[in-house]
Design a protein around this ligand. Structure first.
Ligand code: UDP
Ligand code: MG
Length: 318
């Protein structure tokens, strides 16, 4: 029987946590009585440096029922790092770990199917959203554009899959070999390979509280996705540079001919235009190259990607 752990990042989730915990507990009891998961499976909340009562609630839950465990990060590091902290802390304890958001927008009833796929030999099972009816038009449009642009840019992501997925111990072990600091999990997991599967589900609305992913964070995530997985933007600049160089050759020939036939005019407009255009392009190029140098800089520091402050488990570790 599969020893299944859940990794649930939580940032200021006091409004939904009790509710989510109860729903998850019921689901776990069902799975256990149907002998689909082993009785020592756990539900683990990762507190990503919340400023509200989230950690107190997690402690309460753990006190009430040891099926609940908690990992407290030393400060807010963002969803991706919190999730990574959970996965890396749990990888030696579980047979498989499912990651899911605290607001349970992802359907907990597909756990059964995920575990089944795992037992059939899949190391990664991706949860994929079948429809986006509950999203606003804007969210749906931006999210779908996001996946398409990422794929164009060479980052292979699973369409409409966020971070709801099951990973086996073996997959987590392999994943732990990726030491980079700039992490974009849904782009990195497909890199590890192994046998994978997809399960479809419909995403619901948030239970309570508000989204911790405003547009600004979404854009930051998209940008992280592109620049941490792909060097296409640099290549695009190279092509652009080549294109402009070819045009400038033609312009030189044109101006030389004009000069010799005596048709050259003062040229004020063209000079001004080219100064602006070239200045702009150069700045853009330097900016994008700088983005990568910044990443190299961060990687060379090899800072810890997370620090676990406390682990609430029953084997006394940490
Ligand atoms: N989250 C986190 N750290 C952060 C922001 C968010 O751990 O800095 C968690 C949050 O508690 C939730 C998950 O990431 O469990 C996804 O956030 P949310 O549901 O607000 O995003 P949305 O579904 O609106 O994209
Ligand atoms: Mg959500």
């Amino acid at each position: 029987m599969t020893k299944l752990y859940l990794a649930i990042p939580c940032y200021n989730e006091e409004d939904v946590l009790w509710d989510s915990a109860e729903k998850l507990l019921n689901k776990y009891y069902d799975l256990m009585t149907e002998n689909k998961i082993s009785p020592d499976s756990k539900i683990v909340f990762i507190d990503d440096g919340s400023k509200d009562n989230t950690w107190a609630i997690i402690e309460d839950l753990h006190g009430q029922n040891p099926v609940f465990e908690g990992i407290k990060l030393s400060r807010n590091r963002g969803h991706q790092n919190a999730l990574l902290a959970g996965l890396m802390t749990l990888k030696d304890k579980a047979d498989a770990v499912i990651s899911i958001d605290a607001d349970l927008q992802d359907d907990i009833n597909v756990f059964d199917e995920m575990v089944k796929k795992y037992e059939q030999g899949c190391d990664v099972v991706y949860g994929v959203r079948s429809k986006r009816q509950t999203d606003t038009f804007f969210k749906r449009f931006t999210a779908e554009a996001f996946y398409k642009i990422l794929n164009r840019m060479g980052a292979k992501v699973i369409f409409n899959h966020a971070d709801f997925r099951l990973m086996s111990r073996r997959a987590l072990e392999a994943f732990s070999l990726y030491h980079e600091t700039n992490i974009f999990l849904r782009g990195m997991v497909p890199m590890i390979g192994f046998k994978t599967a997809i399960v479809k589900y419909e995403r619901a609305e948030r239970l309570a509280g508000e989204s911790k992913y405003p547009l600004k964070k979404m854009l930051a995530l998209a940008w992280e996705g592109v620049t941490s997985l792909s060097i296409k933007p640099i290549r695009m600049i190279t092509w652009l540079g080549l294109f402009i160089f070819i045009i400038s050759l033609a312009m030189i020939i044109y101006s030389l001919i004009s000069f010799f036939v005596g048709a050259a005019v003062s040229g004020w407009a063209s000079t001004l235009c080219s100064i602006w255009a070239l200045g702009g392009l150069q700045l853009l190029a330097i900016g994008i190259i700088g983005e990568y140098i910044g990443k190299i800089y961060m990687e060379t520091k090899r800072r810890p990607r997370f620090i676990v402050e406390e682990y609430l488990g029953d084997d006394g570790s940490y």
